[in-house]
Write a protein that binds this ligand. Structure first.
Ligand code: GAR
Length: 214
């Protein structure tokens, strides 16, 4: 897992693994922020972790090369970006083509990049949500795997919207990882395959945490 922040998605995945529905193992946590919650969580859980500060490297390529060499060393089947807030160089994305996913707090293709909650509010959207997608060199632009939708409520500000979305993000990410871990979804194929068929639209997470076809 790659993370820059508090690590609540990492915690959710570890919870889903411990509780049973996610047949997986987190073999390493990688970050650009040594003081992040995600790295602290990894330490507490006894998971291998590496945090490399960008300012200790000459440029983005050098930082990515070092960080992703550490990722490669743990031989992951899947790389999960969960609040990894740096753009990843094209060379590093290509190194793990078809093996890297990202969770983004918007209904992509709406609002790639930052400030997604504020942008949804400013646009007057009735619905907001989160998306899990395959990572490609273009920012937040890879094939969409799954989405969760929540209503925007009267009186919502960006913080309230983000807080209401977060637990649904956790369910979306662990549910999508479970589909990948069990082989129901295959992102090494282009187009992505789900249940033996090309995935034509992102799966939608229901309120009971099952998925329906979108
Ligand atoms: C999550 O809300 C995730 O969607 C977002 O960062 C947060 C990480 O939370 N990701 C992005 O904004 C990616 N552009 P966490 O550290 O508690 O898992």
């Amino acid at each position: 897992m790659l993370a820059s922040g508090r690590g609540s998605n990492l915690q959710a995945l570890l919870g889903a693994i411990a509780a049973g529905p996610l047949p997986a193992r987190v073999v390493g946590v990688f970050s650009d922020k040594p003081a992040s919650g995600a790295i602290a969580l990894a330490r507490e859980a006894g998971i291998a972790n590496v945090a490399l500060r960008p300012r200790d490297f000459a440029d983005r390529d050098a930082h990515d090369e070092a960080l992703f060499s550490a990722v490669a060393a743990v031989q992951p089947d899947l790389i999960v970006c969960a609040g990894y807030l740096r753009i990843i160089s094209a060379a590093s994305v290509r190194r793990f083509e078809g093996r890297m996913i990202n969770i983004h707090p918007s209904l992509l293709p709406k609002y790639p990049g930052l400030d997604t909650h504020a942008r949804a509010l400013a646009a007057g959207d009735a619905e907001h949500g989160a998306s899990v997608h395959v990572v490609v060199p273009e920012l937040d632009a890879g094939p969409l795997l799954s989405q969760v939708r929540i209503p925007v409520l009267a009186g919502d500000d960006a913080a309230a919207l983000a807080a209401r979305l977060l637990p649904r993000e956790h369910a979306l990410l662990s549910g999508t990882c479970a589909l990948l871990a069990t082989g129901w979804m295959d992102i090494s194929r282009d187009p992505v395959v789900f249940d033996g068929q090309p995935l034509r639209a992102p799966l939608v997470l229901n309120d009971d945490d099952t998925f329906r076809e979108g």
